[in-house]
Design a protein. Sequence first.
Length: 240
Amino acid sequence: MEKINLFCLPFAGGNKYSYRKYEEKSPPFINLIPLEYPGRGSRVQEPLLGDVTELLDDLYQQIKSRVDRGSYAIYGHSMGGLMACLLARKVIENGHSSPLHLFITGTTGPSALSRKDKKRHLLGKKEFMEEVKSLNGTLEDILQNEELLEYLEPILRADFKVIESYNHTEIPPLDIAITVITGTQEDMTMEDIYLWQKETSAAVNFIRMPGNHFFINQYPFEIIQVIARKLVGHTKTYAS
């Protein structure tokens, strides 16, 4: 049975371990490969990157030797969604085979991101942590633990800087099918979500699920099933 590699990119403040539930619930034909950003998780000794180009280069180095060995797709949540799109472009620009599909959760189209005024990475500590709380993705016991906060704050600031320093440029669209899943209580408009269609000439499937920005923690099985249904047609052995 041929497996399809699914490269998973973390959200701001996340790491490769953020997708454990997804690994547990993945069907046998999906080989889920969580990527790691520098400065956290298994790469905690490395310097953080707050520049989108540097982070993109790092991600490309992680997958460039794997993308021509078999079929693959890319998935990212929030900041990871932006990086997933940019990574697909970089892979193709460097002459590698295209991903079968892009899966995006919890973010608007890239062209909407670059026009936002927020500069959360520049806020003072108190204001910054209020912003973090507003995303409803940080557990209360972490917010009450000063040591954990000291560890998490610079990671979040670096990741927010990546998003907030991104400048979108109009370039020819990809020719890759995209599935975009967003929460019904997220702070984004449908108009901005639909801007994902500008990124590809292929079909974009827009799906809504109940919840706030971190609805992905509530629905790992449902999301991995969406991914599986999109990919199953690309592996005849499994489909039969």
